[in-house]
Design a protein around this ligand. Structure first.
Ligand SMILES: Nc1nc2c(c(=O)[nH]1)N[C@H]1C(S)=C(S)[C@@H](COP(=O)(O)OP(=O)(O)OC[C@H]3O[C@@H](n4cnc5c(N)ncnc54)[C@H](O)[C@@H]3O)O[C@H]1N2
Ligand code: MOO
Length: 391
């Protein structure tokens, strides 16, 4: 069996980041910029007042003489004339500084009498002018590959870019398999259960920036699986759940090649998630998840989300790990990398759940952390540091 790292590398090797699409800025948050975006204007586009006050000649500010106010400039309404000696223009923050003026004196530092002002002798000496292009100039770039954060959207808008090229959002087709499955809201027969995996997987996919398509449930026959897989055409990734193990009804494992699967690997040294497979199904990258709900969700976190992020233009990177302190002892680990369901305590320490069976959806729902135990890890004691993945 291959390691988790090896499996993830082989999955990344099946994928290339998708091509660009143009989206309105309003829908660009969290997307990856596909090409450099270049400013179409200078910001500010003119020398702009930084304070409410008076625009005048610096030399006049120091003389203490009375200056005549010859007009006003507000944001969006410049003053068309020129400020000459012994003159001033009433100005407001954001307004273009008029020709001739090279300083703005704050109104707090000015005495006003009719249309005359006098600058106080102890006036603040700053010029309070934001120079044209002081923020950015025409041609300044936001580089391709940038994950667009709120502040980037502000910048791109200010650059006068109404739309931006971003890496296309991956589409993942999710196919749940199993004769025992019915959809939530239906009435199961006594030997049936509710198909739950696809709902968690779709949410994981969306959290990784993808669009999820839930395909109709497939039954444990090659024909049904074949029909289900044909509905995945056009997706960027196919994710199946169930039928991955060695039982007589585990059709995907038994008939994968017959259904069009070129397998990249089958089985990973991890727990839960051992019967994971990946490859290309009819040319589309595919990840075959085990049916046990916790296995499906853990593999969704460890493999599907990084795969979707990479398709969406992010670097090929594993789910981020952090260090945390154990709140209680843990027994030695076996030969597979173990992703233990755990809770973070208010003080930041982590405690593994008492029951780790891969079918327990309530335990997973109550967990907010996976403690990652390396293969063969020795017993760990409270107070020791372990690696975690937040979920
Ligand atoms: N002899 C062996 N048996 C099993 C092995 C093994 O190595 N040798 N591996 C076990 C492990 S580990 C896992 S994980 C499971 C995974 O098997 P499959 O991927 O074939 O999954 P299924 O048999 O289809 O289902 C397992 C379990 O999960 C339930 N299930 C399936 N799909 C859904 C769904 N969409 N929503 C909710 N629950 C689902 C299903 O009813 C089963 O209870 O195999 C072990 N066996
Ligand atoms: O790996 Mo299975 O996923 O242990 O239950």
């Amino acid at each position: 069996m291959i390691s988790v790292t090896e499996a993830l590398d082989r999955i990344f090797a099946l994928l290339s980041p998708l091509g660009p699409e143009t989206v309105p800025l309003r829908h660009a948050a969290g997307r990856v910029l596909a090409k450099d975006a270049a400013a179409r204007r200078d910001q500010p586009p003119f020398d702009a007042a930084q304070m409410d006050g008076y625009a005048l000649r610096d030399a006049d500010a120091r003389s203490g003489a009375a200056l005549r106010v010859i007009g006003a400039a507000a944001a969006g309404h410049g003053f068309a004339g020129t400020v000459g000696p012994a003159e001033a223009v009433r100005i407001f923050t954001g307004a273009p500084v008029p020709e001739g003026a090279d300083r703005v004196v704050m109104q707090e530092d000015v005495r006003v009498a009719d249309d005359q002002i006098t600058v106080a002798p102890d006036a603040d000496t700053s010029r309070y002018i934001r120079p044209r292009g002081g923020d950015f100039s025409v041609g300044d770039r936001v580089p391709a590959g940038r994950v667009l954060r709120p502040a980037d959207l502000t910048l791109l808008a200010s650059m006068n870019l109404a739309e931006v090229p971003v890496v296309r959002r991956p589409v993942v087709a999710i196919l749940s398999t199993g004769d025992e499955l019915v959809m939530p809201g239906e009435t199961p027969s006594p030997d049936q259960i509710i198909a739950s995996n696809a709902f968690g997987l779709a949410a994981l996919a969306e959290a990784a920036g993808a669009a999820a398509r839930l395909l109709p449930l497939a039954r444990d026959t090659a024909e049904s699986l074949d029909a289900g897989l044909s509905l995945a055409a056009g997706a960027d990734l196919v994710v199946t759940s169930g039928g991955a193990s060695v039982g007589d009804h585990d059709i995907l494992a038994a008939c994968g090649a017959q259904l069009g699967l070129e397998q990249a690997f089958y089985k990973v040294a991890m727990r839960p998630g051992k019967p994971l497979m990946a490859g290309r199904m009819r040319g589309i990258p595919m990840i075959g998840l085990p049916g046990n709900p916790v296995s499906a969700m853990v593999c969704g976190t460890v493999f599907m989300q990084p795969a979707l992020r990479h398709l969406g233009g992010h670097p090929a990177a594993a789910a981020p790990r952090e260090a945390a302190t154990l709140a209680a002892n843990l027994p030695a680990n076996g030969p597979r990398e173990h992703y233990m369901r755990a809770m973070r305590l208010p003080d930041g320490r982590v405690a593994a759940a008492g029951r780790q069976d891969s079918s327990l959806q309530k335990v997973l729902s109550e967990a907010d952390t996976l403690i990652v135990r390396p293969p063969g890890d020795s017993a760990r004691h409270a107070g020791e540091t372990v690696e975690i993945v937040k979920i």
